[in-house]
Design a binder for this molecule. Structure first.
Ligand code: GLA
Length: 327
């Protein structure tokens, strides 16, 4: 038996989830697959992408480092939530680049969680499962992340973005415009700062620091305006909104990098409909909306110009939007 959990790219609504704000991510056709069979009294996971085999007790014990600690956190949390003690023997494979801001860890935790739930005929409401996976990330990596990533991985719908209000947890699906491709361009830069920088921003927001709050308030407003533009088919309105979102993350929230700034500039120079950094920042990727017929050529030119200017190898993915693992 097999379960697939997609990665996600956030269109807009960045660093708003942990203060109860609005997000607008899309699930994409990169993801993590878990092929499993039931097993007595043990969770055994084999991975080609990561390193080797991990064996986890049914209460989540026995593994506390490497990629296995994410799975161990999932096993432990589901055990605490009352999942019956059925093990699995599984192979985990993934097409999500790690550290690119595409939520490889949520794809991993959700896919492992769904395999475990199915093996034990144990069902949880998708939002409840998303909360558990948010906690798994915190337990495994110490990152105090928000609800966006696991919620999108579970609840997204093909051809749509997911508008989620992280305060009320109400959501609805917003249709993506026809003829527009969603492209991810990875800067190839991952700053060691990411985890501590993320926690620091979250603490600054909790303390209500004015510049950080200005980003949150303006970003929530931009999410609503992007949703209105998508619903009105007003593609031209998207560019300025994405541009303003990027500038706010760079100047007010200070989570961008020179490489992400350059990629965004290059994307607009080469004819993007809209572009901005995406995900937690401190490295990772930008998201680009481009006319479908020229998306690949545009991304190719951007990556070429980026290499010329920085010597760095960027890479891009022209993505299909897909449905979430629980949809
Ligand atoms: C990471 C976190 C999310 C969210 C984004 C920023 O992806 O996991 O919860 O906070 O950063 O929008």
């Amino acid at each position: 038996m097999s379960v697939f959990a997609p990665a996600r790219v956030n269109l807009i609504g960045e660093h708003t989830d942990y203060s109860g704000g609005l997000v607008l991510p899309v699930a994409i056709d990169l993801g993590t697959t878990v092929e499993w069979e039931p097993l007595d009294a043990l969770v055994r996971l084999r991975s080609l992408a990561f390193d080797g085999v991990v064996e986890i007790g049914l209460d989540g014990g026995g593994v506390d480092d490497g990629w296995g600690r994410y799975a161990a956190a999932v096993v432990g949390l589901l055990h605490e939530r009352g999942r019956p003690g059925v093990g699995i023997d599984a192979t985990v494979s993934s097409t999500v680049p790690i550290g690119s801001g595409l939520s490889s860890s949520a794809a991993l935790t959700v896919s492992v969680a769904l395999a475990l739930c199915r093996a034990a005929s144990f069902e949880l409401d998708p939002l409840e499962l998303a909360h558990l996976m948010q906690e798994a990330e915190r337990r495994a990596a110490g990152v105090p992340c928000g609800l966006m990533d696991p919620a999108c991985v579970l609840l997204a719908r093909r051809g749509h973005a997911l508008l989620l209000d992280c305060g009320t947890e109400e959501y609805r699906h917003v249709r993506l415009p026809a003829g527009i491709a969603v492209v991810v361009i990875d800067s190839g830069v991952r700053h060691a700062l990411e985890d501590s920088g993320y926690a620091e921003r979250r603490a600054e927001v909790e303390r209500g620091e004015p510049r950080r709050m200005r980003h949150i308030v303006s970003e929530n407003e931009r999410v609503l305006r992007v949703v209105s533009a998508l619903e009105a088919g007003d593609v031209d309105a998207l560019g300025p909104l994405f541009r303003a979102g990027h500038d706010s993350l760079r100047d007010d929230f200070e989570v961008s990098t020179p490489e992400l700034d350059l990629l965004v500039d290059l994307a607009y120079e080469h004819g993007a409909v809209a572009a901005r950094m995406t995900g937690g920042g401190f490295g990772g990727s930008i998201v680009v909306l481009a006319e479908a017929g020229r998306a690949e050529a545009l991304a190719d030119r951007v990556v070429g110009a980026y290499h010329e200017r920085t010597g760095r190898e960027g890479r891009f993915f022209v993505c299909e939007s897909v449905s979430g693992a629980a949809a």
